[in-house]
Design a protein around this ligand. Structure first.
Ligand code: SF4
Length: 401
């Protein structure tokens, strides 16, 4: 799993969030102090969750913070809920009061899975009766915990329990792998990766790396080439690839050069399938022909500073869409994970490949337009549609194992 999941620690001031992040990561990431409200902005620390992969553990300001500045911190903590994949609500002294209930309500509303952790159990042990009632009410695990264990053995046992509970909670929400069902032992997969002025310096982009790793995980072989090497590859003796995956930028060219019976798709379409609402994107493609003069199209990017994506979302797609429909369309771009005011102004939402965000972040972003029945599609699928090759690109999924 290549995506990095975000797990927030939520709770009142002095419920031990900072101590927990320090204990899990084995470092003094957060300042721990008996003075309530030491954590202001959310603090992130990446670590490897056994059996799941890389996660960001996020410390947050106490939900009971007060005063002018305190209220701002609380609102930042609440904003965080829209951007995370999972939460741990910490409470102490068997006091699961209005603050914790409000957090649970907000998490349920945002459909964020969470578990409950009774902290400081070395001082006041967890009430079995309350934890059973909470577990039943919220359908989640309740962990008895302390950040002040007696011994190394107790510390290891607590960490093991914590990791297991987090893994069990988050596992159903993890995206499929990028090539799930499309590669098996011995398969040869061709990956076509342009190395041009738009490619980042000295590295491959994330979906390319994810695909490479997935091929290796399935004991297949990956052949990586630039688009201009494809013709030469086809003219030389070669093993027939089980799948050819190209960058969306080279889609038109590869589609022309590659024989029709070679299965072809793009990194962006693979990402749409592994973490996006694929069926909704397919329906979105069908709505391109219904666009009218004056319609507004929202381009949603999901990170900053990626010139290639800027170019696709801000230049290529608007130009191609106008040319294809012949309509006078207007475009608006929202960068990073910023929010837009009102989706009903838009006739269509075009989401980027979302390679830098998790499935939950993507789904949370697309929730509102989907609820309002606004057609949505992602860059790769729209480019494939506009180039007349969407059908070919998704037909590879029909026989996915
Ligand atoms: S998250 Fe979106 S904007 Fe950022 S690099 Fe990936 S596809 Fe491009």
């Amino acid at each position: 799993m290549a995506e990095v999941l975000n797990i927030a620690l939520l709770g009142r001031r002095n419920s031990g969030k900072s101590s927990l992040i320090n204990m899990v990561t084995g470092q003094d990431v957060s300042i721990v102090s008996a003075t309530a409200g030491t954590t202001t902005d959310p603090v992130k620390k990446r670590f490897e969750l056994p059996g799941t992969g890389a996660v960001n553990l996020i410390d947050s300001a106490g939900i009971d913070d007060d005063g002018e500045v305190g209220k701002k911190r609380v609102s930042k903590t609440k904003e965080l809920i829209g951007q995370i994949d999972m939460a741990v609500i910490l409470y102490t002294a068997n006091d699961f009061g209005s603050y914790e209930q409000e957090l649970a309500r907000l998490l349920q509303k945002a459909e964020v899975p969470f578990l409950l952790l009774h902290n400081q159990s070395d001082i006041i042990p967890m009430s079995e009766e309350l934890s059973r009632a909470l577990s039943q009410k919220y359908g989640t695990e309740v962990l008895e915990f302390t950040c002040d264990p007696f011994s190394d053995e107790e510390s290891s046992a607590l960490m093991e329990k914590f990791f297991e509970a987090v893994s069990n909670t988050i596992r159903p929400y993890v995206s499929k792998t990028i090539l799930e069902g499309l590669v098996r032992k011995g398969d040869e997969i061709w990956l076509i990766c342009p190395v041009d002025s738009e490619a980042p310096q000295g590295r491959l982009i994330l979906p390319q790396v994810m695909a490479l790793r997935d091929v290796l995980d399935h004991d297949g072989r990956a052949v990586v080439m630039k688009p201009e090497q494809l013709q030469e590859m086809l003219s030389s003796p070669h093993a027939r690839p089980a799948l050819v995956v190209t960058d969306s930028q080279a889609f038109g060219f590869v589609n022309k050069v590659l024989p029709e019976d070679y299965p072809l798709t793009s990194f962006s379409i693979l990402l749409a399938r592994s973490k996006g609402p694929f069926e909704a994107y397919m329906k979105g493609a069908a709505c391109v022909e219904k666009l009218k003069d004056g319609d507004r199209i929202l381009i949603m990017e999901s990170c900053n500073h990626h010139s290639s994506c800027d170019d696709i979302g801000r230049v290529k797609i608007p130009a191609l869409l106008k040319k294809h429909t012949g309509k006078n369309l207007e475009f608006e771009v929202i960068p990073n994970l910023e929010k837009t005011g009102d989706f009903s102004r838009f006739a269509m939402v075009v989401q980027c490949g979302a390679c830098m965000i998790t499935r939950r972040q993507l789904m949370s972003r697309l929730k509102e337009p989907m609820e309002k029945n606004i057609p949505i599609i992602n860059y790769g699928m729209l480019l494939a549609y506009l180039n007349g090759i969407l059908e070919r690109s998704v037909s590879v999924f029909k026989d996915a194992r």
